[in-house]
Design a protein around this ligand. Structure first.
Ligand SMILES: [Zn+2]
Length: 87
């Protein structure tokens, strides 16, 4: 299993995501989930699929033990917003 070393592990706003208390997503990188959701949001995908298996794990940073489901949803929302603002 790959380990995420990307900078998004330390993005402060991801620290406010709910904790995953022991579900399947607990060790998955919420930062990667956020970016996946963001891309889907920018495309305004109408079929949403969170491929948790494809996400690397995260052992450190603000995303540790954060819910990848919540991260994906937040990313999707932000991505849709940016698609309207043209940012
Ligand atoms: Zn990551």
């Amino acid at each position: 299993m790959s380990i995420c070393n990307q900078e998004h592990r330390h993005w402060p706003f991801l620290g406010s995501l709910p904790h995953d208390q022991g579900g399947f997503g607990r060790h998955k990188c919420a930062g990667c989930a956020y970016e996946l959701g963001y891309q889907a949001g920018q495309r305004r995908d109408e079929q949403i699929y969170i491929d948790l298996d494809s996400l690397p794990e995260s052992q450190a940073g603000t995303v540790r033990h954060k819910s990848p489901h919540a991260a994906f949803a937040q990313g999707y929302y932000d991505g849709v917003h940016s698609s309207y603002n043209g940012i």
